[in-house]
Ligand binder design. Structure first.
Ligand SMILES: NC(=O)c1ccc[n+]([C@@H]2O[C@H](COP(=O)([O-])OP(=O)(O)OC[C@H]3O[C@@H](n4cnc5c(N)ncnc54)[C@H](O)[C@@H]3O)[C@@H](O)[C@H]2O)c1
Length: 271
C-alpha cells in the first residue's frame, strides 16, 4: 500500500533553518529522506548547520540568504534550479521579534518604536511573502508545490505586549489563505499553501520572557501555562509531525489552513 507520508523524492527549501523550530524540522525531514536546502542569515551559522546536517545524509546544501534581499533570493533560486532542477516545498521559518516593537512591562502603547515595528513587520511578513513569490515560480511551472508558513498564537487572539509581531503574524494567516486560493484557482490543485501556528516553545528569542534564570516561570510564563490545557511549553520536535503531514500527500486536499500546534492554548479560554 502507498505511504502517504513518503518524502524521499522531495526537495525542500527552509528559511530560518539555523533556528530552533525550522532548523529542527529541516533536520527531521532530511532524516525522513528529503533533500534539504538550509537557508539562514549568516554564512557561519549556515556552515555550522550544514556540517551537522551532513551527519544525517548527503542530501543537503546551504546558503546564506537574507529573506528580505530579493537579489539573494533570486541567486539561491537560480542555483537550486540549475543544480537540482526543481523545488517541491518551501518552509518559511525565518521570523522573530525585537524589543522596540514590544510594549515593555513599564511602558504603554505610545512608547512603541515605529522603526522596530516596521522591521518586525518586514521580517515576518515580507520575509514570508518574498521567498514565496520567488520559489512559487517553480511551483507554477511544475504545477505542484507546497508552502508552509509560521504563524503564532498572537495572530488570531490578542497577546499583550507583542504588537508588531502580532500584526505581522495575523497578516501571515491572511497571506496563507490568500496565496492558497490564488495558486489553486490559477495553477491547479497541485499547489498548496498552509501554515502552522505554534503555541509556546522555548527559543532564543522568548526564553527570558517566559523562564527565570533559576528555571521557574516568569509571571508571563505562568500566564501562558495557565491558559495551556497541557500545562507545559512545547518541545521543538512536536512541530515536526504537523509540518511533515502538511507537505505530504496525506494533506493532498488541505490548503489555506492554519494549524495550531499548541497543547490546546487556542481552544481554551483559561477559565
Ligand atoms: N518559539 C516559539 O515559541 C514560536 C511560537 C510561534 C511562532 N514562532 C515562529 O516560528 C518561526 C521559527 O522560530 P524559532 O523559535 O525557531 O526562532 P529562532 O530565532 O530559533 O529561528 C529563527 C531563525 O531565523 C533566522 N533569521 C532571522 N532573520 C532572518 C533573515 N532576514 N533572513 C534569513 N533568516 C533570518 C535567524 O537567524 C534564526 O536562525 C518564527 O517565524 C517564529 O516567529 C515561534
Amino acid at each position: 500500500m502507498k505511504n502517504l507520508f513518503e518524502l524521499s523524492d522531495q526537495i525542500i527549501a527552509v528559511t530560518g533553518a539555523a533556528g530552533v523550530l525550522a532548523g529542527g524540522t529541516a533536520k527531521y525531514l532530511q532524516g525522513q529522506g528529503a533533500f534539504i536546502i538550509y537557508l539562514d542569515l549568516f554564512q557561519e551559522k549556515v556552515d555550522e548547520t550544514v556540517a551537522e546536517a551532513k551527519k544525517i545524509s548527503d542530501k543537503c546544501c546551504g546558503y546564506a540568504c537574507n529573506v528580505l534581499d530579493q537579489a539573494a533570493l533570486d541567486a539561491v533560486y537560480e542555483k537550486i534550479m540549475v543544480d537540482l532542477g526543481r523545488i517541491d516545498v518551501l518552509i518559511n521559518g525565518a521570523g522573530g521579534n525585537m524589543p522596540g516593537a514590544t510594549i515593555g512591562p513599564d511602558q504603554d502603547v505610545f512608547d512603541l518604536q515605529m522603526d522596530d515595528y516596521s522591521k518586525v513587520l518586514d521580517l515576518n511578513l515580507k520575509g514570508t511573502v518574498m521567498p514565496t513569490m520567488t520559489f512559487a515560480k517553480a511551483f507554477k511551472a511544475q504545477g505542484s508545490g507546497c508552502v508552509v508558513n509560521f504563524s503564532s498564537m498572537s495572530a488570531a487572539q490578542t497577546l499583550t505586549r507583542v504588537l508588531g509581531y502580532s500584526n505581522a503574524k495575523a497578516a501571515i494567516d491572511n497571506f496563507t489563505k490568500w496565496m492558497a486560493t490564488e495558486m489553486a484557482i490559477k495553477y491547479g490543485d497541485g499547489i498548496r499553501v498552509n501554515a502552522i501556528a505554534p503555541g509556546f516553545f522555548i527559543s532564543h528569542q522568548n526564553r527570558a520572557l517566559l523562564i527565570n534564570e533559576d528555571g521557574s516561570y516568569t509571571e508571563r510564563g505562568q500566564q501562558v501555562i495557565n491558559k495551556t490545557p497541557f500545562r507545559r511549553f512545547g518541545e521543538q520536535d512536536e512541530v515536526y509531525g504537523t509540518i511533515h503531514f502538511l507537505i505530504s500527500e496525506a494533506a493532498k486536499f488541505v490548503s489555506g489552513a492554519v494549524v495550531p500546534v499548541d497543547g490546546g492554548f487556542s481552544a481554551f479560554t483559561g477559565v
